[in-house]
Ligand binder design. Sequence first.
Ligand code: ATP
Length: 575
Amino acid sequence: MKFLRLVEYFEKLEATTKRLEMFDILSELFKEAKADDIDKIIYLGQGQLLPPFHGLEIGMSEKYLIRAISDATDTATRKVEETFQKTGDLGETAEEFVKGKGQNLTVKKVYEELTDVAMTSGAGSVEKKVGFLSNLFKGVSSKEAKYISRFVIGRLRLGIGDPTVLEALALAQGDRALRPELERAYNLCSDLGLVAKTLLEKGMEGVKKFHVRVGYPIRMALCERLPSSEDIIEKIGKAAVEAKYDGFRVQLHKDKNHIEMFSRNLESTTHMFPEIKEAVKNFITADTVIIEGEALAYNESTGELFPFQVTIQRKRKHGIEELAKEYPLRYFAFDLLYVNGEDYTPKSFKERRERLKKIIKKNPVIEPSELFITDNHEEITKYFDDAIARGLEGVVAKRLDAPYAAGGRNFNWIKLKRSYRGELADTIDVCIVGYFRGRGARAEFGLGALLGAVYDPKADTFKTVSKIGSGFTEDEFAQLKKILDEISLKHKHSRVDSIMEADVWVEPRYVVTVTADEITRSPSHTAGRDKEGIGYALRFPRAVGFLREDKKSEDANSVKEIIDMFEMQKKVKVG
Ligand code: ATP
């Protein structure tokens, strides 16, 4: 496919705010695409060159993009900057200066050239990146330059979430009912490009044969909630009960001496945990393996676990080795998904766990998570109280005969967390979709409250649930304004469903954790809105911590979870 053709589709996608229209446009695009191109088309449309777990970033700032435009078009940098100041959009700016007809490049060629930009690193790489990009601009038309510019600085913003791609792929095959099978494959490899390519090359037969592979993160299984130990036993009977560690989820892939680690939102985190890597090499007695567990900072002298704030410090680029000395880690392994060529995800939890224990040799870093099996709710409550006293977050109960549900939240795993009097039993993660300028003292920062939304995976949209105006310090309000202004939009984003009118709309990108007194019914919000127009809202919401850098927008809690928590809350009150 020619890149210009793809750009025409991008224009159409950008012009629509209707989700259904978006599915149609995308499915037309997928019908037209050949197997050789479809993966690249999907990656580019989602604003990336490869899925995030590859860690391939293009590494271009606005400043360098401006230089590339100016070099390619023989324009003074100052002139490009002036136009950028007027338009506020480097895409439109490039469009204005790149005047050539272009060489009718293919998607493949543009993709390769952009990959060259991304792969360039080390000394003098900035010059080389600018050079590659300006060369690319010389070979494209103004319209193409517009989208290439937006892509390289991460401002493509077409609003194509993963579920939208899956739905459109099924539609392109003429059968929406194919979506669950496509989703299954996606859950096993976290790579939509690979799923689509397999579909076009080998048909649904190929997709059905999709299996777990080492090096491709499996989309992680998540927990449901229940209010009490009694409810847990009633729901799943005899269960494995584990400590709930408050650290960093790590999915560990070992292929002989090649070791990689992935976070909850499927980014590569290998560089963060050098001691786990070392321990895997020496103490895991299997050639190929995928293990899941929680990594957290650990006080060697007292044997105490540190809170999340300490562990999260590993999320930095430099100085990891020093940090590893200051705050050593423990890795509590809680699941086994693959071992020596065998996919373990369909096996029962009990079987997975038994094998897991056998492949970990005793060592100071990796150990199986604490676990006991019971059908007695009093035992769970006792263990829960003890866990809280030891600074753990609570417990997770697991159904013994359940397979590993990749990419799913269901009652195979149930979490029980501490609840404070007058507060919801769990915090809620909302995605920020806009903000309000605020009145009085707040107006001084230009930001007084956030508009938070929860995720609706079926529609792939964000539905509002709360206005959050407390829990941040003054400094944080000022920082938030700066961060959000970077991703502000002229109109509400096409994936946002809201009745409230924010003063400033933003791209749904950042997640913040909030706590609240309770969930109430409200006509002001769209989350869970019924025929009468009544949705759900958080009462007295307040932010806990700052932005959740470890979560993607789609990792916000879902509308269904809000409704479930509302029902749970009613039950607790009556009981
Ligand atoms: P989400 O469920 O969306 O991940 P969250 O990030 O708020 O929400 P919780 O739902 O509170 O996390 O708990 C699930 C997380 O708990 C897992 O992702 C995992 O990182 C962590 N965890 C800690 N201990 C365990 C355990 N023994 N078994 C499974 N998960 C555990």
